[in-house]
Design a protein. Structure first.
Length: 722
């Protein structure tokens, strides 16, 4: 989104360096953010300000959680698919009531914060002028949907913020985003009387295990002696420090990850950890607006069974391992490089099967109201039907894609309860059905199958749902690429000869290889035209560039030259006519071309060139030479250009090689030297079929250097007199 003239004026005011907002202004901004959270019932919030250039949002201040938790969005481009950017760009409230809804609509956001919360993003406006965005968080879980916040209250909070920001700018003290986001200071908590504090400490000391408290930044503010001993430290050594920084054994991300989850979701969290040399501890985290209370007790894994009760839709489970998150991020980056649909299927299987310990992965594309199976990978024999014996086009699969909500089945019994007619699939016992949605449209379906019952934790469901969004975007790009490639190949084939004429006395072979980049379509062309029983015209050329426009011009110039050849025009005449036509077209592009008139009865050839590399002639005795042909101007430059003709002998058994510069051109190598190298390669070839010789020359060119240009090659061997 580009700023309007009014927006630009506001940004210009805001960027004036002589009017810096003071501490009092920022303190008032903090107060208004706190008020917004309190009035809407949110437990945390953040304020984003529009950057001076008007093209990005920058995080200014957060409340209820450290600003560092929002590090992925310190700076957000307005064109990005992020809730705050959508809210400002579309001038509307964005409400996401569940983690899986966030994962479906904003997969990158969900991967960066895979916790349980509901979130609203709203634009801060005065009239139609944007100033920033308000982000608010509420606790939530997978089993109950959070009611939508009051639009009236959110709107009132945004209007208050908008008026304050506008008034600050109008008064000459604009608020521009700070260099680094802040965390708003919380109002001071009620001071305890010494007797109350002592009683609370004694109460905590009497409880089994140990107790402590962390502030919202994760620093210990209280720790019982028992807790310090269990953790392997001392009270004095741990107070004021973060456990994952003060305790070497807690470098495992579980502690910090669960602490962040408790603060962001404002819900209790639990996990277990091993303290060297082999003691296990169980932790319970209980958050509120001021910090997190911690309970820590010894844990005996063999005597504790904390499995989720049967029928729990989304057991919370343990934290997402840091290694798993790195794997997910690696996959997200790799997906950006996948090209075709097969590449996406291979990459997703390679990354997801080991990461989530799945046995089989299947993928289908949404086409014409149904699903078309495009790939299955894994260790179980890959069927086209991996959902408990039901085809990917079954009501279960189609329904999952239609409503866009992932389906998770921890056991086959769960499948039976939802689809009583489902039949078991040997070796598979759990399934994750992930609808692939891109830009609000169904792209396809990804199915993960497991060889044993699998309890999908809430966090894992969120990550899988977010990954499905990334896969959908990659699959959509891959489908477009495959369609473009198919179109390019069809277009290229239509503009090159379907076949070369069969003439007595001539043995011919041709090859075309597009550039390795782009749409696999270029402007190189060749042709062989039979004029009569003993006469033919061979043409090869190269349109400037190797893209669709070059191919389109080739599609016009080749028929023009072919028509001249069919009419029996001599080389010079044919090139002059084509040159004038190209000048009249005024395309701004030039064409090189070599035209050879072949007289099989007299064993000679007439050659004319328009700035094209000269041909190579392999003589019957085995020596080869680069022919000398006076160069004419490229076609399309001067309508009065003429093209000198050269006559050469064409003995029986001789091979005339016409080619474009892509066959010989190598960075850093002189073109004359490169053409001499082609002659040397031809001289080294013994008698062999023309098709094999053509392929050998193409293969060697591909091996010798990185190609950056198209290649066209036309080989002509003159046989005995007709």
């Amino acid at each position: 989104m580009r700023a309007s003239p009014d927006d630009a004026a506001a940004r210009a005011r805001a960027s004036t360096p002589s009017h810096a907002a003071g501490p009092a202004s920022r303190a008032e901004l903090d107060r208004l953010l706190e008020l917004a959270a309190r009035d809407t019932g949110a437990h945390a919030g953040a304020l984003f300000l529009l950057a001076p250039e008007g093209e990005a949002l920058r995080l200014e201040v957060a409340t209820g959680m450290p600003a560092d938790f929002l590090a992925p969005w310190f700076g957000v481009g307005l064109s990005n698919r992020v809730p705050v950017a959508d809210a400002v760009r579309e001038r509307r409230l964005v409400w996401l009531s569940k983690p899986q809804e966030l994962a479906r609509r904003y997969p990158r956001t969900a991967i960066a914060m895979p916790y349980h919360f509901a979130v609203a993003a709203a634009p801060i406006l005065t009239g139609s002028e944007p100033w920033g965005a308000l982000l608010l968080f509420w606790p939530c879980c997978d089993t109950a949907e959070v009611p939508a916040p009051s639009h009236e209250r959110v709107g009132a909070a945004c209007r208050r913020l908008g008026r304050f920001l506008r008034d600050a700018a109008d008064s000459g003290h604009p608020l521009t985003p700070a260099a680094y986001p802040r965390t708003a200071s919380r109002p001071p908590v009620q001071e305890w009387e010494p007797a109350q504090a002592l009683a609370a400490a004694q109460f905590a000391a009497r409880l089994p295990g140990g107790s402590g408290t962390l502030d919202l930044e994760g620093r210990f503010t209280y720790l019982s002696e028992t807790a310090a001993g269990l953790l392997g430290g001392t009270v004095s050594g741990l107070l004021g420090r973060r456990p994952w920084q003060a305790l070497s054994w807690s470098a495992d991300p579980a502690f910090e990850d669960r602490f962040r989850a408790a603060v962001v979701s404002r819900q209790p969290e639990s996990f277990t950890a091993m303290v060297p040399p082999g003691r296990w501890l169980a932790f319970e985290l209980h958050p509120d607006a001021t910090g997190v209370s911690v309970r820590v007790v010894p844990y005996a894994p063999g005597r504790h069974r904390n499995a989720a009760p049967r029928g729990t839709p989304a057991p919370r489970g343990g934290p997402i391992a840091l290694g798993e998150l790195y794997q997910v991020l690696h996959m997200a980056a790799a997906l950006s490089e996948a090209v075709g649909v097969v590449d996406v299927v291979d990459l997703v299987a390679e990354e997801m099967l080991p990461t989530f310990r799945a046995q089989t992965l299947g993928m289908a594309l949404a086409e014409e109201g149904g699903l078309r199976f495009v790939g299955c990978r894994g260790y179980n024999p890959c069927p086209t039907e991996i959902f408990a014996g039901a085809a990917l086009t079954s009501p279960a699969a189609a329904g999952t894609l239609a409503d866009g909500v992932p389906a998770f089945f921890a056991t086959f019994e769960d499948v039976m309860s939802a689809y009583p007619l489902a039949s078991p699939r040997k070796g598979l016992h759990a399934w994750a059905y992930l609808p692939l949605i891109a830009s609000g449209r169904p792209v396809g379906l990804c199915v993960l199958a497991f060889d044993r019952p699998h309890q999908f934790s809430g966090n894992q469901r969120t990550v899988l749902t977010a990954l499905a969004g990334l896969i959908a975007q990659a699959l959509e790009r891959a489908r477009l690429y495959d369609a473009s490639k198919e179109l390019a190949e069809t277009l290229q084939a239509a503009m090159l000869p379907d076949s070369l004429p069969d003439m007595p006395g001539l043995d011919v072979a041709a090859r075309y290889l597009p550039s390795v980049s782009g749409m696999d379509i270029g402007g190189d062309f060749y042709d062989l035209v039979r004029i009569d029983d003993t006469t033919a015209a061979a043409v090869i050329g190269d349109v400037q560039g190797h893209h669709v426009r070059a191919a389109a011009l080739m599609g016009r110039i080749r028929p023009a030259i072919r028509s001249q050849a069919s009419a029996g025009a001599a080389p010079a005449e044919a090139l002059c006519q084509a040159n004038r036509q190209l000048v009249d077209l005024d395309t701004g592009r030039f064409v090189s071309c070599l035209y050879a008139w072949l007289d099989l009865a007299r064993h000679q050839a007439l050659l004319a060139t328009a700035g094209h590399p000269p041909p190579v002639l392999l003589h019957p005795d085995g020596h080869a030479e680069v022919l000398t042909v006076p160069p004419g101007l490229l076609l399309g430059i001067d309508p009065e250009a003429d093209y000198p003709t050269t006559e050469i002998p064409l003995e029986p058994g001789a091979v005339l090689a016409l080619y474009t510069d892509g066959l010989v051109e190598t960075p850093g190598v002189d073109l004359d030297e490169a053409m001499g190298g082609l002659a040397a390669r031809l001289a080294r070839t013994g008698p062999q079929p023309m098709d094999r010789l053509a392929q050998d020359l193409i293969d060697e060119a591909c091996r010798s250097a990185t190609r950056t240009d198209d290649i066209a090659l036309l080989l002509i061997r003159c046989a005995a007199a007709a």
